[in-house]
Design a protein around this ligand. Structure first.
Ligand code: NAD
Length: 494
C-alpha cells in the first residue's frame, strides 16, 4: 500500500450519515443528528442521524415484513450467496476508501485497519456466502416406521449491536452468518464508529440485498440499543460490547419476549511467558503488539502478562523497550503501530485505571500518560505496570486501553491459578518450548481462545467466544450459524 493513496483520502468530504430502513436512507424520525469528531485530531467529520425508539421500531417492522414475505429468507441459498459475493466484491473495489473512512472515525492505525477492517470483513462475508448453500438438514437414525427430519431454519429478525473497535470486522462476523442463513437484520453501530458501516450497508443494497433485509439505525445505545433489546419482534440479539451493556440486554430480554441474547463481552486475558519460551525477544515483540495495537482496544488483548520469575526482569526490560519503540500517533500514517484512543471518555478511563494501579502498589515502568495532545486527538503512551498482584484492580478490570499489568510467578501451577483468577474468560496465551506444557496450558486455561507461542491473529475459520463473564455463543467459523438457525423436528409416520 502506498502512503500517497491514503493521503489523498485524508480530508475527503464525508457524507452525512442517514439511517437505512427498508432499503432507503432516511433521517431520524425527529430529525436528530450526532456530530462525529475524529479521534485522530478532533475535527468534525460529519453528522449522523441520531435514531429514536420509533426508528428502531420502524427498522424492526421492516425486517419482520421482509422476513415473513420470503424476499430473502425464501430465496434459494445459491441466490443469497451470489448477492453476498457481489457485496464482498463491491467492498473490495473500495477497500482503501472504506478503511480510511473507518480510521478517521474510530482511530485504528491504518495498517491494522486495512487487514482487520475491510480486509477481514470481505473475507468473512465471502466465507459465509460460500457456506449459504452448505447448511444441510439431517435424517435422524430412528425406527423404520417413522421418518425423523431435522430442519435448520432462520430464526427471523436479528438485532446486531456492536462496539467501536473494529466495526466492519465485528459487523461482518454478525451480518455474514445471519444473512447467509436467511434472516433479516437490524444493525446498531457504536455512537463513535458508524461511518464505514453505513457505507457497507449502502453497498449491500447496491449488490442486491432486498429492502428491509438489512437495516441500520445509528444513535445512542441507551435509546436505539435499548429499544432493540426491548422489542417484542426481535428474535435474537447478537451483541459485542461491555459486560454492563450485556447485563442490560439480558434484563431487557427477560422483561419482554425472552429473545435469545448472545453476548461477546470483554476480557482480562493472561499472556503467560515461561522461561523455556523458544525466543524471548520474539515473545516480547509479539506480546507488545498483543496489547498495544489499536491502543489496546482489542477484546482479546493480552492485558495481563504473567512472567516466570527467573526471567521477569529481563523480559520486562524487553517489553519496555518494545513499548517505547512502538510508533503511536497519526492513524493514517502507514508506519504508525498504534493509533488513537477512540474517544475522550475512554482515554480518561484508561488514565484513571493507571492511577488506581499506582495507588494500589503497581509501578509504571513506561508510559502512563496521554500524549500528542497538541494534535487535538486522543492518544496514550503504551503503558507497562509491574508489581501487580492478583487482587489489584488493574489485574481484574478490563481497561480496553494500551495498559499491561505484569505479575511474576514461580511454577506452572501458580501460572495456571493466576491466569484463571479472573471473572473473564475470553482469551489467553502461553509461551513455551515444551510441547507437553503447551498442551497442559491449553487444557488448563479457562478461556475461549488460547494462543501458543504467538498472540492474536486467529482467522474466520476458527470460533471466537468467551466463557465465564466474557459471554456466550461464538462468532466466526461454521459454529456461528448456531446462533442464527433454529432446529425444527418433523416426525413423519410412514
Ligand atoms: P458498550 O457496551 O458501551 O457499547 C457497545 C454497543 O452497545 C454500542 O453500539 C452501544 O451503543 C450499545 N449500547 C450502549 N448502551 C446500551 C443499552 N443500554 N442497550 C443496548 N445497547 C447499548 O461497549 P463499547 O465501549 O463500545 O466497546 C468496548 C467493549 O466491548 C469492551 O468491554 C470490549 O472488551 C468489548 N468487546 C468485546 C469483543 C468480543 O468479541 N468479546 C470484541 C470487541 C469488543
Amino acid at each position: 500500500m502506498d502512503q500517497s493513496a491514503i493521503d489523498a483520502l485524508r480530508t475527503a468530504p464525508v457524507a452525512q450519515g442517514k439511517l437505512w430502513i427498508n432499503g432507503e436512507p432516511v433521517a431520524a424520525a425527529d430529525g436528530g443528528e450526532m456530530e462525529i469528531h475524529s479521534p485522530a485530531d478532533g475535527t468534525l467529520l460529519t453528522t449522523v442521524a441520531r435514531g429514536t425508539r420509533h426508528d428502531a421500531d420502524r427498522a424492526v417492522a421492516a425486517a419482520r415484513a421482509a422476513f415473513e414475505d420470503g424476499r430473502w429468507s425464501a430465496l434459494a441459498p445459491t441466490a443469497r450467496k451470489k448477492i453476498m459475493l457481489r457485496w464482498a466484491d463491491l467492498m473490495e473495489a473500495e477497500m482503501l476508501p472504506l478503511a480510511v473512512l473507518g480510521v478517521r472515525d474510530n482511530g485504528t492505525e491504518i495498517g491494522m485497519a486495512l487487514r482487520a477492517e475491510p480486509g477481514s470483513a470481505i473475507t468473512t462475508i465471502r466465507y459465509y456466502a460460500e457456506a449459504a448453500d452448505k447448511i444441510n438438514g439431517e435424517i435422524a437414525p430412528t425406527s423404520p416406521d417413522v421418518l425423523g427430519l431435522i430442519h435448520r431454519e432462520p430464526v427471523g429478525v436479528v438485532a446486531a449491536i456492536i462496539p467501536w473497535n473494529f466495526p466492519l470486522m465485528i459487523g461482518a462476523w454478525k451480518l455474514g452468518p445471519a444473512l447467509a442463513a436467511g434472516n433479516s437484520v437490524v444493525l446498531k453501530p457504536s455512537e463513535t464508529a458508524s461511518l464505514s458501516l453505513l457505507r457497507m450497508v449502502e453497498l449491500a443494497h447496491e449488490a442486491g440485498i432486498p429492502p428491509g433485509v438489512l437495516n441500520i439505525v445509528t444513535g445512542d445505545g441507551a435509546v436505539v440499543g435499548d429499544a432493540l433489546g426491548r422489542s417484542m419482534d426481535v428474535d435474537v440479539i447478537v451483541f459485542t460490547g461491555s459486560g454492563a451493556t450485556g447485563r442490560r440486554l439480558l434484563q431487557a430480554s427477560a422483561e419482554t419476549n425472552l429473545k435469545r441474547c448472545y453476548l461477546e463481552l470483554g476480557g482480562k486475558s493472561a499472556n503467560v511467558v515461561f522461561s523455556d519460551a523458544p525466543n524471548l525477544e520474539e515473545a516480547a515483540k509479539v506480546s507488545a503488539g498483543g496489547i498495544f495495537r489499536n491502543s489496546g482496544q482489542v477484546c482479546v488483548a493480552g492485558s495481563r502478562l504473567l512472567v516466570e520469575r527467573a526471567i521477569h526482569d529481563e523480559f520486562v526490560a524487553m517489553m519496555a523497550e518494545a513499548a517505547q519503540a512502538m510508533k503511536v500517533g497519526d492513524p493514517l500514517d502507514l508506519s504508525t503501530q498504534s493509533g488513537a484512543v477512540n474517544n475522550p471518555t475512554q482515554l480518561e478511563r484508561n488514565l484513571g485505571l493507571v492511577e488506581t494501579a499506582q495507588r494500589e502498589g503497581g509501578e509504571v515502568v513506561t508510559g502512563g500518560s496521554a500524549i500528542l495532545e497538541e494534535t487535538g486527538g486522543t492518544y496514550m503512551a503504551p503503558t507497562l505496570i509491574t508489581g501487580v498482584e492478583e487482587n489489584h484492580t488493574i489485574a481484574r478490570e478490563e481497561v480496553f486501553g494500551p495498559v499491561l499489568a505484569v505479575t511474576p510467578f514461580d511454577t506452572e501451577e501458580e501460572a495456571i491459578r493466576l491466569a484463571n483468577a479472573s471473572d473473564y474468560g475470553l482469551a489467553g496465551g502461553t509461551w513455551t518450548g515444551d510441547l507437553s506444557r503447551a498442551h497442559r496450558m491449553i487444557r488448563a486455561m479457562k478461556t475461549g481462545v488460547v494462543h501458543v507461542n504467538t498472540y492474536g491473529g486467529p482467522d474466520v475459520t476458527v470460533p471466537l467466544g468467551g466463557v465465564k463473564q466474557s459471554g456466550n455463543g461464538h462468532d466466526k467459523s461454521l459454529h456461528a450459524f448456531d446462533k442464527y438457525l433454529d432446529l425444527k423436528t418433523a416426525w413423519i409416520k410412514l
